[in-house]
Design a protein around this ligand. Structure first.
Ligand SMILES: Cc1cc2nc3c(=O)[nH]c(=O)nc-3n(C[C@H](O)[C@H](O)[C@H](O)COP(=O)(O)OP(=O)(O)OC[C@H]3O[C@@H](n4cnc5c(N)ncnc54)[C@H](O)[C@@H]3O)c2cc1C
Length: 452
């Protein structure tokens, strides 16, 4: 198994030459901090409005999670139950429709800009792998419009992808897949003359009507700033108690067209199970299976806890889970393994807003589901940075906070362990003990969603 920091997608997309670093003092209408999808979509929308923009990226744009995720380009339809609980049905539906418009817009953008990001709208399937998980699917089906989310019987599900673990499921046809690095680098190319790389922002100051973003090499003075730094938001004092940071890991098989044939998995659907620490899997153009697991470790405190990109133990476990899901893959080679940080919102929904008393707008907390929603966030952030307001429910709602350290980390570790145990027992058809059940129920009592 070849473990790399950046993973397969960036390798497949081909190398690039980094843009020059910020040097000296410059001015712009808006300074965007962070060059992943969120920052790049924001820059794209701002430039389309005629604004001058500087994007400051600590490393190279698109080399963070945006260039190495699973490539599930999802709408928020399967989050409808929690959106309704938070905002009521009408406002929740409005958010889901906006998220579906964003997936459509990403596909149209690729087409218009000639970016071959493998955008494929084949839908997303969620499959229950234990009787206890059927309820997750039923809860979504009970509230979602049937044209947006439809029920799949066990036979229908296995007709599309024949895992012996699948019981029954749902299909969200609006969802798509992309080659994530091709999308990120395509976006980077679209705004390249605004981009400064190897330009980590070390200080952000504001006075009425002005923000100043400082790097080791220079300063950008602007009328507004957009903070799009994903997991690094944990290091931003006013926002630090609004997210926690975990990690997700992917293993990639060698090309296995024979296995895909045997599974009948030719439609390009992306699939997850219905667990809290979700397994997600999809095919690639050259007949591989990319299989990810959201069960990575929690990062302590404000730090990311070392190189979450490479965690051999979690990668090994992810490989074992892959073979349990698809026994025909036993003995087939894993060519790549990688991972990255996840910016987890206590609500499991993205957080978009403006810092109190400062022209600094932010988006974070995509919770492992940012490929589609970061387009929506970028559109909203461009509007906010242009002085407009929006009444979309996910913008500036009452925040849910995570407990202070060290309680967040210690509590998070205990909860992670309890969920892993609960789901292992459920999938083995065994009873879950009362203590494990109590620990997994505890976050909900604090208003924290550990699952969608
Ligand atoms: C293994 C894995 C699999 C995933 N799978 C999926 C999936 O299938 N579908 C899905 O929807 N989502 C998935 N995600 C999540 C998805 O990748 C993210 O939600 C999305 O990429 C977030 O984009 P972003 O622009 O907000 O953040 P990022 O891509 O993290 O970009 C933030 C950027 O900010 C930069 N930065 C940080 N601090 C500073 C600073 N001080 N100054 C300047 N720059 C800074 C970083 O270097 C980085 O480039 C996955 C994530 C991982 C790790």
């Amino acid at each position: 198994m070849r473990h790399t920091a950046h993973g397969y997608w960036l390798e497949e997309a081909g190398g690039i030459t980094p843009a020059s670093a910020l040097s000296g003092d410059v001015t712009a209408d808006v300074v965007v901090i962070g060059g992943g999808y969120t920052g790049l979509w924001t820059a794209w929308h701002l430039r389309a409005r005629g604004a001058s923009v500087v994007v400051l990226e600590a490393e190279v744009c698109g080399h963070g999670p945006s260039g190495r995720n699973g490539g599930f380009c999802e709408t928020l339809w399967t989050h409808l139950p929690s959106l309704i609980e938070r905002f009521g049905r009408e406002r929740a539906l409005e958010v889901c429709r906006a998220s579906a418009d964003s997936v459509t817009a990403i596909g149209a953008w690729c087409e218009e800009q000639g970016v071959d990001a493998w955008f494929t709208r084949s839908g997303y399937m969620m499959a229950s792998t234990a009787p206890a998980h059927d309820a997750v699917i039923d809860e979504i089906l009970a509230v979602a419009p049937p044209e947006r989310v439809r029920r799949l019987s066990g036979a229908e599900l296995r007709g599309r992808c024949d895992s012996p673990r699948f019981r029954r499921g749902l299909l969200a046809p609006d969802d798509a897949t992309v080659q994530p690095a091709r999308l990120a680098l395509g976006l980077r190319a679209g705004v390249l003359d605004s981009v400064r790389e190897h330009s980590r922002v070390v200080a952000l100051r504001h006075s009425p009507g002005e923000v100043v973003a400082e790097t080791a090499g220079g300063r950008v003075r602007a009328g507004a700033a957009v903070l799009a730094v994903n997991a690094a938001t944990r290091g931003v004092p006013p926002l630090r108690n609004r997210l926690s940071v975990t990690s997700s890991h992917i293993v990639l098989t060698e090309p296995v067209p024979d296995v895909l044939d045997a599974l009948g998995w030719s439609g390009g659907e992306c699939v997850t199970d219905a667990r809290t620490f979700v397994h997600y899997f999809r095919t690639t153009r050259d007949g591989r299976i990319a299989f990810g697991w959201g069960g990575g470790r929690l990062a302590p405190g404000a730090r990311l806890g070392g190189r979450v990109e490479i965690d051999a133990e979690v990668a090994g476990e992810t490989h074992r889970h892959l073979v349990q899901m698809f026994p025909a893959l036993a003995g087939r080679a894993i060519t790549h393994a990688w991972g990255g940080p996840i910016d987890v919102s206590p609500s499991h929904l993205p957080q978009i807003g403006t810092l109190e008393g400062a022209p600094v707008h932010y988006a974070f907390g995509f919770t492992g589901n940012g490929v589609g929603p970061s387009h929506l966030a970028g559109r909203v952030l461009a509007a906010l940075a242009s002085g407009e307001t929006t009444d979309l429910a996910v913008v500036d709602p009452q925040p849910v906070r995570v407990p202070p350290e060290p309680f967040a980390w210690v509590g998070g570790m205990l909860v992670r362990r309890a969920f892993l145990r609960k789901e292992r027992l459920e999938e083995a058809g065994q009873a879950v003990d009362p203590l494990t059940r109590a620990v997994t129920a505890a976050p909900r009592a604090l208003g924290i969603h550990v699952a969608r």
